[in-house]
Design a binder for this molecule. Structure first.
Ligand code: PLI
Length: 459
């Protein structure tokens, strides 16, 4: 007999109690937070779908590993264990640990980007693009057009459009393109994967032009799982094998281990080129910490080394992506406009379609995220015009085609019943959508404004 249902490959040993709030308490809390879910106190949140970053539940092995923390300032044994995990699982030669992903992006951008350089990427990510800009570079989006269409069902919406890349090479010359930035999966597109076929074609193209590929490998195991499910020739390969094949097609990587690698803090820069590594290793001591801890405690590196191995297990990743798809399929069946196909780390509601009566200047996704909190205490995140920031030359808002609310699922944290409560909340709110009004921004920070901006209800 073959059982087709899947379930989590773990059982629960300890629980964290949640606070239930009343509608009045939620109204007061979101008002105090300036209608920005980032500014809520987490104790006022019931189901926290703000992010999958640093919010995973660690395994008993990872917790046990924390007790093996070697907190020596230099040469901690946990660093060597992490280095061994990065080399053997991902295949990169050199490791620079950092406190999280953006620490690695900072070092990489400072080392590899010169003023006036162009950095093509498969859609922007907020911190990645900012570090590229702060280093004097300009990001250019080369993702396929399908990625900007929430209704397009193409299975690999993270793919690079090689014609767009070729146009950039023709316009600026390969010498002004230090690398192509490739994210697996693409967060801002709705957690969409890149195909191996596309990666191989990109490798051939960049080899021809002497351009490097730097891999944002934050959710590489999830991407590998989708390749296993959908791409011809990969059904019988393990997630670990596919992860390795992806990494082998690239020259280096930035990693936020707070996602795929199942830790609450940590990241790294991994490189194959010794000269770039040497520069980055030199710079890490200025910004993060010594090159054998990079801003992390020894115990954090131990947990990361164990988490990396757990993250590429087929059973783990099946249940992880399975839970996200469970929620996505319920919402889709209920007629809620979501980004299709369902991504791997969250379900993204199309706020333009949910609230067609609001213009993008009224911040529909921001407003919908606040309403979801008001309805039942679930916390989600805006991924639209607020996240996209302003054009660095003109100062005008960037208006992304995708105006989304992200329901991000932490790994190994919530149950199927939590997903049912989330579904009911979204469906009930959708019935009352015409009553939802827009917002006005009343405070705007200079960098990454979505984290700290404040809003009020539009009159
Ligand atoms: O949050 P960091 O600094 O560890 O990592 C930055 C980062 C880089 N790349 C990608 C694709 C990310 O998703 C990412 C962080 N994402 C967050 C925090 C998120 O909520 O999606």
């Amino acid at each position: 007999m073959k059982i087709k249902s899947w379930a989590e490959p773990y059982k629960i040993k300890m629980v964290e109690l949640l606070k239930m709030t009343s509608p009045e308490e939620r109204k007061a809390a979101i008002g105090k937070a300036g209608y920005n879910t980032f500014l809520l106190k987490s104790e006022d949140v019931y189901i926290d779908l703000l992010t999958d970053s640093g919010t995973s539940a660690m395994s008993d092995r990872q917790w046990a590993g924390m007790m093996f923390g070697d907190e020596a300032y230099a040469g901690s044994r946990n660093y060597y264990k992490l280095e061994e995990a990065v080399q053997s699982i991902y295949g990169y030669k050199y490791l620079v640990p950092t406190h999280q992903g953006r620490g690695a992006e900072h070092l990489l951008s400072q080392v590899m980007i010169k003023k006036g350089d162009i950095i093509p990427g498969n859609m922007y990510f907020t911190t990645t693009r900012l570090h590229q800009e702060l280093a004097g570079g300009t990001f250019r989006d080369v993702i396929i057009d399908e990625a900007h269409d929430p209704d397009c069902e193409f299975p690999f919406k993270g793919n690079v459009d090689l014609n767009k890349l070729e146009d950039l090479v023709r316009e600026f010359g390969a010498e002004r393109i230090p690398y192509v930035s490739i994210a697996t999966t693409v967060n801002m597109a709705g957690g969409q994967p890149v195909s191996m076929e596309n990666l191989k074609a990109l490798r051939a193209f960049t080899n021809k032009h002497g351009i490097k590929i730097i891999h944002d490998m934050t959710r590489v195991a999830e991407n590998a799982w989708m390749i296993k499910q959908l791409e011809k020739g990969y059904k019988n390969k393990t997630t670990a094998e596919i992860v390795r094949e992806i990494c082998d097609l690239t020259d280096g990587a930035t990693m936020s281990a707070k996602k795929d690698a199942l830790v609450n803090i940590g990241g790294f820069l991994a490189l194959n080129d010794y000269d770039v590594f040497e520069e980055a290793r030199n710079l890490v001591v200025v910004y993060e910490g010594l090159h054998t801890y990079g801003g992390l405690a020894g115990r954090d590196m131990e947990a990361m080394a164990i988490g990396i191995r757990e993250s590429v297990s087929d059973d783990h990743i099946h249940a992880r992506v399975g839970q996200v798809h469970y929620l996505g399929n319920l919402l889709k069946k209920a007629g809620i406009p979501i980004v299709k196909p369902v991504g791997t780390h969250g379900v993204f509601i199309d706020a333009k379609a949910f609230l067609p009566h609001l213009s993008q200047d009224e911040f529909p996704a921001q407003s919908l995220a606040a309403e979801l909190y008001l309805a039942s205490g679930i916390r989600t995140m805006e991924r639209g015009v607020v996240s996209a920031g302003r054009n660095k030359k003109t100062g005008a808002h960037n208006y992304p085609k995708l105006e989304l609310v992200r329901l991000t699922i932490p790994r190994r944290v919530y149950t199927q019943a939590h997903m049912d409560v989330v579904t009911e909340t979204v469906v009930e709110l959708h019935k009352q959508r015409e009553q939802i009004t827009g917002l006005e921004m009343v405070y705007e920070p200079r960098y990454l404004r979505f984290f700290q901006a404040r809003f009020k209800k539009k009159e």
